[in-house]
Design a protein around this ligand. Sequence first.
Ligand SMILES: Cc1cc2nc3c(=O)[nH]c(=O)nc-3n(C[C@H](O)[C@H](O)[C@H](O)COP(=O)(O)O)c2cc1C
Length: 363
Amino acid sequence: MTKKRFGLIIDILMYALLLAQMLYIFIGNNVHEILGIAFFVCLVIHLIIKGWWFKSLFKKNKTASFRFFDILTCLLILTVFVLMFSSMGVSRLIFPWFKVLGSADLHRYLATAVLTLSAVHGGMHMIRRAEKKRRAVTIVVLAAIAAFSIGMFAIPYLNRHFRSVDIAFSDKIKGEQVEWKGSKPLIVYFTRLGNTDFEPDVDAVSGASLLRSDGELFGSNQLLSYMIGDIISCNPVAITLTGKLYPSSYNSTIAVAGDELRAKARPDIEPIDVSGYDSIILIYPLWWGSIPMPVATFLEQNDFTGKTIYLIASQGSSGYGKTVSEIEELCPGATVVPGTSIYCEDITDSREKLLELIKEWNK
Ligand SMILES: Cc1cc2nc3c(=O)[nH]c(=O)nc-3n(C[C@H](O)[C@H](O)[C@H](O)COP(=O)(O)O)c2cc1C
């Protein structure tokens, strides 16, 4: 194999590895890190093969396009090396001890910059060889805009759904309190945390919708239930699986939850006895527009006849979905009172809204 052909294979491999790494939410952390190592091995080979370019860097009498290529390539090399350090900073598998540049956000923006600059860098080689220069330039500009846009649109999405948010837990839950009318209700909630097979140092992606306070993790619905608990001075109770937990990956959990819903599964949970209560405040996330199946287990395990069930849902867009009618069906004889359905991004600042809701229920 000629050196040129080998170099071309390495170049193609580098682009493939870069794109594959962008599919983090599908491939998971470990594969992402291993592909990252493969990428940097290819990069070193690429730099050795293209060693002549470094020697030509300070040559005089270069055309403007060659100078532009040089500047862009220097910028790309610099960005790739900072990306390498940020990869180590967020690594959990290979470099867990490396604590510099450990920001997942920085890592994602650097990856977007590398992808965009790589598109222009490779594109300029293509333009040089192309017969129809204008067409080649258009393709390269479009590829660079696509690479940049994917990164810029993907990052806010990832941040919304796949990030653990730092909060001051007690600041969020503590505030004005009100007396609950009549006898105290039972607050019951379901959240992924505690029901998921998380690794101890759960990362930004698998930790989707998790909240972190002083190094401790909290689920979104757990936070909502603690807010309610503080408002009416009650201790919330979690619906907890006793059997198989949900997978740590957010996407795998979505797939498992979809299978459970179709199969009308009733996963085993720690029993929760509601018999001593007139009212229950049920706090749950929407899963596939429905209640998570462990919530269905809880509702079926108890007799709610004559009781009032107040609902607080959390979701990524779907309001209550089908959950109100599902709960009514599972709890014949109960009065079901929808309270509010909270958008996942608003959860941490919902205490005021919940306080008003409790006051409304108390009237
Ligand atoms: C398996 C699964 C399915 C989901 N399905 C929906 C859905 O159908 N509609 C929606 O608006 N949000 C959906 N979401 C988003 C959750 O309702 C939302 O992120 C919730 O706040 C998570 O709460 P938790 O962190 O306490 O578990 C889903 C999340 C998961 C994990």
